[in-house]
Design a protein around this ligand. Sequence first.
Ligand SMILES: C[S@@+](CC[C@H](N)C(=O)[O-])C[C@H]1O[C@@H](n2cnc3c(N)ncnc32)[C@H](O)[C@@H]1O
Length: 177
Amino acid sequence: MTGLIVLFWILQLGFALLLFFLTIAFITGAPFVPTASNVSEKMIQMAEIKAGMTVIDLGSGDGRLLCLAVKKGARAIGYEINPFLVLYTKIKLFRTACSRRLKIYWRNFWSADVRNADVIFVYLLPWRMEKLKKKLLSQLKPGALVVSNSFIFRNWPIYKADRINHIYVFKIGENKS
Ligand SMILES: C[S@@+](CC[C@H](N)C(=O)[O-])C[C@H]1O[C@@H](n2cnc3c(N)ncnc32)[C@H](O)[C@@H]1O
């Protein structure tokens, strides 16, 4: 009986923590909505990934974009605020070919250093894009690409787009604009 009560409270605690982190993700970035498989493939194609590039997913979810980027020869980094998703991704990718060149950090991406990135993936919310634009323009190097699922950055010309799948790519210019 005591065992059952302990199990009950462990499950309650786990559920409460899960809800807590889902809420934190919504407050600080976006809720967990994974990019659909066909859209992920398109995003990877549009990212112009070459071997040796560094690809970062800001809010990496279940790591699906990062794993595809690794298959293109990139070194992939994910920042994810929900530790359940970090754990899930690590377990899912454990001992797969992806895991060798992929790192997932349990971290708020707003405080992450993205200066080394050649490609950034984002799938956030419209009202986060302005703040994100400032971070990306101040940190990314000229030529880096930002591939956004669904939402655009205002007053930043679109470098290329797949309007059917709502994928928008932005390029950091020579003068960081
Ligand atoms: C819409 S989902 C996109 C997931 C993944 N990038 C994809 O395209 O499949 C947004 C993700 O960002 C994470 N997230 C939200 N705010 C965050 C923050 N401040 N720092 C790190 N991750 C965050 C959420 O937990 C969620 O997994």
